[in-house]
Design a protein around this ligand. Structure first.
Ligand SMILES: NC(=O)c1ccc[n+]([C@@H]2O[C@H](COP(=O)([O-])OP(=O)(O)OC[C@H]3O[C@@H](n4cnc5c(N)ncnc54)[C@H](OP(=O)(O)O)[C@@H]3O)[C@@H](O)[C@H]2O)c1
Length: 267
């Protein structure tokens, strides 16, 4: 039976997941904060299996719902509509960006996905497709058995939901390792060994910025399930907790800023 992926957020990550899902044969209902009418070009590009909706419509339609918005706005998600839903939490905590900061996250009392799960009480939350940049999220996907297929970690408290999300991620192009519960998910958060860097191609320092960007956008790195398990096993709790721009590949930041300024000009 064809499944529908409801996506909340139509930015870099929401679009990447929409493309992955469509390419793998799923239907998609994608939403954002500004309303479905702002998504007509995007859904046209995605093709007939995609449509735009409100946040409520994306939740209602989704056999799986992807949360692809800034963690800072988690409290705006309509918790009651998520009851019984299998959810992929793609968000990450970046306390230095914007003004969203919480001591329970900073102190390691809660992982960011536990925070999300506490808000979405009735949902079955699985952290996943969150630990690589939007470019490699799409670029690194490979069919099962391909020599360049790479591996993504998931974490969650509901075994059946983890199986459903793992099947989705495997279908769109990745091997999956289960890294435990939402409380354990600090092992796969920003600034841990499995975050971002393992999926990024090696780029010689001697190249120009343009050459570096070209390589970054047109190459990835496969991570085997064994290598992914080893990275997670060797993880120590990061200090400070949360992502930083300095902790990310410089080319990623350069491309991100380039896009951000292009969007500002368009608006
Ligand atoms: N960028 C990456 O490479 C990357 C990789 C892995 C994980 N992540 C994580 O994924 C999440 C999304 O990142 P992103 O880079 O895709 O962000 P982004 O490009 O800024 O997009 C954010 C999207 O969220 C939507 N949004 C914001 N507030 C909303 C609300 N209250 N209700 C509904 N939609 C809302 C925005 O809607 P409008 O378009 O209408 O403003 C926008 O479409 C973040 O938590 C980030 O940490 C990012």
């Amino acid at each position: 039976m064809t499944q529908t992926i409801g996506i909340i957020g139509s930015g870099l990550v929401g679009k990447a997941v929409a493309h992955l899902a469509i390419a793998a044969g799923y239907h998609v209902v994608i939403s954002n904060s500004r309303g479905p009418e702002t998504l007509s070009d995007l859904v046209k590009g995605l093709g007939p299996r995609a449509r735009a909706g409100t946040v409520d419509e994306a939740i209602a339609a989704g056999d799986i719902v992807s949360i692809a918005l800034p963690l800072a706005v988690f409290g705006t998600l309509p918790a009651g509509k998520f009851v019984g839903k299998v959810v992929i939490d793609q968000t990450n905590y970046y306390p230095g960006l914007g003004d969203f900061r919480r001591s329970d996250l900073d102190n390691g009392e809660l992982t960011s996905s536990e925070l999300m799960q506490r808000h979405l009480t009735g949902a079955k939350l699985v952290k996943g497709i969150h630990n690589l940049g939007w470019i490699h999220m799409q670029y690194n996907a490979r069919p099962k058995g391909h020599f360049e297929r790479t591996t993504l970690p998931i974490a969650g408290d509901d075994a059946a939901a983890k199986q459903i999300v793992a099947r989705f991620i495997e279908t769109v192009g990745y091997d999956v390792i289960d890294t435990g519960s939402l409380a354990d998910s600090w092992r796969i958060e920003p600034n841990t060994p499995i975050y971002f860097w393992p999926y990024v191609p090696s780029i010689p320092e001697s190249l120009t910025e343009t050459e570096k960007k070209k390589i970054y956008q047109n190459a990835g790195k496969p991570v085997s399930p064994e290598a992914a398990r080893k990275l997670v096993a060797e993880t120590r709790r990061p200090s400070p907790i949360g992502g930083t721009l300095e902790g990310m590949p410089p080319v990623h930041i350069a491309l991100f800023l380039e896009l951000a300024s292009a969007n500002t000009v368009q608006k």
